[in-house]
Design a protein around this ligand. Structure first.
Ligand code: PNS
Length: 168
């Protein structure tokens, strides 16, 4: 039987840390479905359409992956897609409580679906979409942390909003 994992997240935007987890996840699973879901706690920069497009471009050389979005519970989506695993990356200690809580809630909602954690590669241990967005907003160089297509899009987004505020 094909081993399928759902790799869920906000992906606002996809980072090299995410790509590292996908690459390593593909050594365990036959197929990974990367799914954008809603995290009500997050303020977003990109629309779902933009985030899907960035994922598609960043992952164009990868096989055995699929990119999707879903409006609802993660375990319901996993069940519908016949996936028995949720893949999550774990960074520094600060991630632990949130991830633990989410994994336990998901298990309570559907005991047939297991959460599998991969430790983030050391290079990406302190990178997150949020901190990258903040650095990019103030003109920081984020080149080594995101795929080139994301770097370009972030630059466009922030130049555009600077332009919007420019009184002329
Ligand atoms: O990249 P993120 O923001 O840490 O990902 C969190 C995400 C989107 C995976 C999580 O918020 C989620 O699963 N949202 C869908 C609703 C859901 O099933 N929540 C968990 C159980 S209450």
């Amino acid at each position: 039987m094909e081993k399928i994992a759902i790799y869920p997240g906000s992906f606002d935007p996809v980072t090299n840390g995410h790509l590292d987890i996908i690459e390593r996840g593909l050594k365990i699973f036959d197929r990974i479905i990367i799914t954008i879901l809603e995290n009500p706690a997050k303020e977003l920069l990109f629309t779902v359409g933009e985030r899907i497009e960035l994922l598609k471009q960043a992952l164009e050389d990868y096989s055995n992956i699929e990119i999707d979005s879903y409006d609802g519970l993660l375990v319901d989506y996993a069940w519908k897609r016949n996936a028995h695993a949720i893949l999550r990356g774990m960074r520094a200690v600060s991630d632990f409580e949130y991830e633990f809580q989410m994994a336990l809630m998901n298990r309570r909602l559907n005991r047939e679906i297991q959460t599998v954690f991969l430790m983030t590669g050391l290079r990406w241990i302190f990178t997150s979409s949020s901190i990258i967005k903040e650095a990019a907003k103030f003109g920081g160089n984020i080149e080594s942390m995101v795929p080139p297509v994301v770097q370009k899009k972030l630059e466009q987004k922030f130049n555009q909003s600077l332009g919007d505020n420019d009184p002329g």
